[in-house]
Design a protein around this ligand. Structure first.
Ligand code: UGA
Ligand code: MN
Length: 252
């Protein structure tokens, strides 16, 4: 599971929740990629405490990466995760499934059970995404009955990033495919990250529809920004100190 993450007040709380979930998943490797110049102490310590096998990477999203006033979130970080995975596997050693799990969603353990059987690309709907209660493919007897979304039904795959998983061999057979570009190698338009990735990997008819027919097993939520108006910016604030510690510098 590849998780992009960036510094904010709720980062540690969000990552702690994800840790507590993935700790229950057998054989999961948690690849956490920080959107920062260095790997931070905060994330390094959290991963050391978290009882799951993990990989800690970083790559910063530069400001020029913004386009159409839209700054793609988590793109370079997911690609760094994909490169790490490809570097550590081969076409003859590619058993496994890749999942993009953002640091702010909440996950039922069943989503990890469902994705285990993935042959190519498996899909399920995601709650509270796309402006509707549940967005993505609605399955009946294991096949896609219809798609539901609040916008962009013209997208080739109207689905959130948390609504699919990809077999590793498919990624190894398509070594150039990354997130954030379309088939013509143009930058993805806002909201097209998922579609641009999937259209390079799979035919819509071949998607494997999974998950219970009548409930969500992953929720696109966001922790509210804490309301702390009485806090004054104090350079000795322990939280700030924790953030400022750079793990890489400390290690070297
Ligand atoms: C929605 C989708 O759920 C994302 O998977 C998709 O990347 C994003 O839209 C998009 O199309 O850009 P949303 O919930 O609105 O995402 O965005 P965030 O949860 O704020 O960010 C997605 C991931 O990127 C998170 O894991 C977050 O920690 C990370 N991120 C966000 C960064 O690494 N850097 C940032 O500056 C912001
Ligand atoms: Mn999110």
């Amino acid at each position: 599971m590849i998780t992009p993450t960036y510094a904010r007040l709720t980062q540690k709380s969000d990552l702690t929740s994800v840790c507590l979930t993935v700790m229950h998943v057998r054989k999961l490797v948690w690849i956490v990629v920080e959107d920062s110049d260095t790997r931070t102490y905060l994330v390094a310590k959290l991963l050391a405490r978290c009882k799951v096998s993990s990989v800690h990477l970083n790559v910063v999203t530069p400001d020029y990466y913004k386009h159409d006033k839209w700054k793609p979130r988590g793109v370079l970080q997911r690609n760094a995760g994909l490169s790490w995975i490809r570097d550590h596997h081969s076409i003859d050693n590619c058993s496994g499934v890749v999942y993009f799990g953002d640091d702010d969603n909440s996950y039922d353990l069943r989503v990890f059970e469902e994705m285990k059987e993935t042959k190519g690309v498996s899909v399920w709907p995601v709650a509270f995404s796309g402006g509707v209660k549940i967005e993505g493919p609605l399955c009946k007897d294991g096949v896609i009955d219809k798609w539901h979304s609040g916008w962009g039904s013209e997208r080739p795959f109207p689905i959130d990033m948390a609504g699919f998983a990809i077999h590793l061999c498919l990624l190894m057979r398509n070594p150039k495919v990354l997130i954030g570009r379309d088939r013509q190698n143009r930058l993805s338009k806002p909201g097209y990250l998922e579609s641009n990735l999937l259209e390079q990997l799979v035919d819509k008819d071949l998607l494997e529809c999974r998950g219970p027919p009548d409930e969500a097993i992953v929720w696109h939520v966001k922790t509210a920004e804490p309301d702390i108006p009485r806090e004054h910016n104090d350079p000795s604030d322990p939280l700030d100190i924790e953030w400022e510690k750079e793990y890489d510098k400390k290690a070297s």
